[in-house]
Design a protein around this ligand. Structure first.
Ligand code: HEC
Ligand code: HEC
Ligand code: HEC
Ligand code: HEC
Ligand code: HEC
Ligand code: HEC
Ligand code: HEC
Ligand code: HEC
Ligand code: HEC
Length: 497
């Protein structure tokens, strides 16, 4: 379709919209005979989904990928270019990170010009790409919405239909929800672009023929599995989807489905779908409604929200801490006898254990969960330990902040922290097992003050254990907790009959 006919088609949709929103039912299906294409572009959604549209408009998807050259001022002054390139620069329609392109709307194809903006951004240099098609390499993911079946290019941003599929039938059906793809399953939408830079059999780098709702194998697109024995790689062109699939987040709903003790409210942190229901004030019952989604892309991101960087639902700190918490009030502590569950937030902040002074550690208020667990944007959520990458060029999770010390030195610290904490925990665990066994056969084996102290010590042990970092989150606090608890546990052990 030419740009002109696209405009006419959009005008037809606009008329249809006005009619529909005015509540006047016309024989709208007639419009089908006007030959409307299946894909209509994001503007066609604006009338009925104003909120999503306005918020999507500011996202990197809508804007950052490739910029349309609207006026000469969008480029460095043309007289800065070598004379023989100037005529060509004037034909450029798009700029992708400095590389100049020309789109042919008739065929939907985008081709490289033989010129790009220089590295300092104030002039031009020639390149050897002239005439080569961009479509086989980068544009499938970077140049937005294109009907991969008819090859029509709809718009150059990642529009609504890139994730929701073609909108014509949905619109002609006056918003029929069954005619539009709406799912939080990333393997059937985001995966088309966020699976990394792969070699498919048809020698393209993106899944040609894909539409939201399909799986990648349906169009023969091969995705490299993440090798979890290797340290977590930076995200760039490796793909957030396969990384996420390798993370515990992808399986969080299955964990509960396999757990007999799981009640509806447990799902608030284990399933994005359930979370939405519960946060919306509803009740969630796994018996009526089975979920398998887990903590998925749209649990953390909102593609129609540009107000937080990376289109996140909350700032990274608050986001991770909304689930990775034992839900202990700020600065308060657990009750003796309680069992702590995932107190990552509390351990890092240095509060929550029974009867122990709140303790600021080296990283309290200095580092967030994502800064250590998502190095380079990695979605496996794995810390890259200094010792894992020693002798390679890969960065460990500590490098971004600790440029002064060597990886070896940091690695030694981490080892020291974890070795000390693990050793204390091991000693305590064997004493706890002995005491618990005695208490089972003789409930009055411990009484009064000793029993109370033992219960508090055991709660504090679960606090350190359930944090799971073995001292990495707050070594000072973990050691203080374990040292005090060990004293009480040993006294209890000596006293048990
Ligand atoms: C990057 C992919 C992506 C883009 C671009 C996108 N959406 Fe969505 N949208 C989704 C996903 C995924 C969901 C489902 C979210 C969920 O259930 O967790 C969704 C949900 C919706 C919903 C259901 C209600 C809601 O807000 O959850 C509407 C309506 C919607 N999108 C409209 C739009 C419109 C209109 C545009 C363009 C202006 C758009 N979307 C652009 C991915 C996208
Ligand atoms: C399979 C889809 C896909 C293909 C093909 C692809 N990219 Fe990307 N690219 C992405 C995604 C998704 C991102 C954002 C996340 C990331 O960094 O992986 C990205 C990010 C980038 C960025 C960083 C953007 C920024 O603002 O930081 C650059 C530069 C880039 N790509 C260049 C290219 C070039 C050049 C090609 C062609 C040789 C290409 N890409 C091909 C999917 C793709
Ligand atoms: C004529 C008005 C209208 C237009 C135009 C329109 N929609 Fe909708 N859309 C609706 C209505 C109404 C609903 C709610 C349907 C329901 O929940 O019963 C809806 C629901 C949706 C949903 C959620 C479906 C679900 O399963 O709940 C998505 C996603 C969506 N629209 C995307 C889009 C996209 C993308 C476009 C543009 C291509 C678009 N819509 C254009 C009226 C419209
Ligand atoms: C919606 C709730 C939720 C949010 C938000 C969340 N997580 Fe998780 N996270 C979970 C659940 C639930 C699990 C455990 C899943 C399982 O084992 O089935 C988990 C597991 C993990 C694990 C792996 C633990 C292990 O034992 O392997 C890490 C690391 C992690 N999350 C880090 C993060 C970081 C970093 C953030 C913020 C960027 C974050 N999480 C945000 C709920 C969440
Ligand atoms: C406040 C958020 C939240 C709630 C509510 C929640 N979980 Fe979790 N759950 C998590 C997080 C975060 C993890 C990952 C912790 C880790 O690996 O250190 C997790 C991990 C798990 C695991 C696997 C790891 C383990 O500890 O064995 C199971 C099983 C589990 N949860 C069961 C439940 C059950 C049962 C409930 C309801 C009684 C529940 N969860 C409620 C956040 C939550
Ligand atoms: C547990 C929460 C969580 C989940 C689940 C999640 N993300 Fe993210 N994502 C984040 C956070 C936090 C950041 C910002 C990381 C940072 O600041 O380094 C981010 C950043 C990104 C980026 C930018 C990365 C870069 O290198 O610039 C992309 C792309 C992305 N996410 C895509 C996805 C996709 C696709 C999915 C689903 C497969 C997904 N995310 C699932 C929390 C999440
Ligand atoms: C048609 C390809 C395509 C689809 C489909 C797609 N993305 Fe992207 N996405 C990209 C590209 C390319 C970038 C890099 C943009 C840049 O920085 O220039 C990107 C960037 C991002 C970012 C980081 C930038 C930001 O601030 O928003 C997030 C987060 C993200 N995508 C999440 C998602 C999620 C979640 C889905 C599925 C619901 C999805 N994307 C679907 C191509 C796509
Ligand atoms: C200073 C860096 C740092 C910060 C900040 C940090 N972590 Fe960790 N975290 C680690 C290290 C190191 C480990 C231990 C990894 C190992 O043993 O290989 C760890 C372990 C964990 C584990 C145990 C499972 C696993 O993946 O090994 C979870 C769950 C976890 N962190 C979640 C979080 C959450 C949630 C936050 C924010 C409240 C957070 N972390 C903040 C460095 C950090
Ligand atoms: C987001 C930034 C950030 C990250 C990521 C980070 N740190 Fe730190 N770290 C700090 C700051 C700030 C301090 C306190 C100021 C100082 O002593 O330099 C600190 C202090 C330390 C100290 C000194 C503690 C003491 O008791 O003297 C060690 C050791 C350390 N970090 C190790 C690590 C390791 C190991 C990692 C990776 C698992 C890591 N850090 C990741 C910011 C960070």
């Amino acid at each position: 379709m030419t740009r002109k006919t696209l405009k006419i088609a959009l005008a037809a949709v606009a008329t249809l919209l006005v009619t529909l929103t005015a509540g006047v039912v016309i024989a709208s299906t007639k419009t089908q005979s006007t030959g409307l294409p299946e894909y209509l572009g994001s503007e066609a959604c604006l009338g009925c989904h104003t909120e999503q549209y306005v918020n999507w408009e500011g996202t990197a998807h809508a804007n950052g990928l490739i910029t349309e050259i609207k006026t000469p001022a969008d480029l460095p002054p043309i007289d800065k270019a070598p004379a023989e390139l100037q005529a060509e620069i004037k034909t450029a329609t798009h700029n992708f990170h400095g590389r100049l392109m020309k789109i042919d709307w008739a065929t939907g194809e985008m081709k490289y010009l033989g010129v790009e903006i220089n590295s300092t951004g104030d002039g031009y240099v020639a390149n050897t790409r002239r005439g080569s098609s961009w479509d086989g390499t980068c544009s499938g993911c970077h140049a937005g919405t294109k009907d991969q079946v008819t090859k029509e290019r709809i718009e150059t941003g990642i529009g609504c239909e890139s994730c929701h599929g073609p909108g014509r039938e949905h619109i002609l059906g006056k918003g029929d929800p069954s005619k539009i793809w709406n799912s939080s399953d990333p393997t059937k939408s985001c995966a088309s672009c966020h699976s990394g830079y792969n070699a498919a059999p048809n020698s393209t780098r993106f899944p040609v023929g894909f539409r939201p709702g399909m799986t990648l194998d349906q169009v023969g697109f091969m995705v490299a599995k993440i090798d979890q024995s290797k340290p977590a790689q930076p995200q760039h062109h490796k793909g957030a989807v396969p990384q996420w699939q390798a993370s515990a987040h992808a399986n969080a709903a299955y964990t509960l489905n396999a757990n007999d003790h799981a009640q509806g409210r447990c799902y608030e942190c284990h399933s994005g779908e359930a979370r939405e229901i519960i946060e919306g004030g509803g009740t969630f019952n796994p018996k009526d409604h089975k979920v398998t989604d887990g903590v998925t892309c749209t649990t953390c991101h909102d593609p129609h929200n540009a107000s937080i960087p990376n289109a996140l639902r909350e700032e990274p700190k608050a986001l991770c801490e909304s689930c990775h918490t034992a839900e202990i009030a700020e600065g308060a502590s657990l009750k003796a006898g309680a069992t702590a569950h995932h107190p990552n937030k509390e351990m890092l902040a240095g509060y929550g254990a029974v009867g122990i002074t709140n303790t600021v550690g080296a990283h309290t208020g200095e580092a967030t969960c994502a800064e250590c667990h998502m190095t380079g944007g990695n979605h496996e959520m794995e810390v890259v330990r200094p010792d894992q990458v020693a002798g390679t060029t890969q960065k460990d999770s500590c490098t971004s902040c600790h440029t002064d010390s060597s990886p070896e030195a940091r690695g030694m610290y981490l080892d020291l922290w974890q070795t000390k904490v693990t050793a204390k925990m091991k000693d305590m665990k064997s004493s706890i097992d002995v005491i618990d066994a005695k208490l089972k056969t003789n409930p009055s084996a411990l009484t009064g003050d000793l029993l109370a102290k033992y219960q508090a010590a055991k709660t504090n042990y679960t606090f350190v254990d359930a944090d799971g970092s073995h001292g990495a989150h707050n070594f000072e606090y973990a050691m203080k907790i374990l040292t005090a608890a060990q004293k009480d546990v040993e006294a209890a052990r000596a006293a048990t009959r």
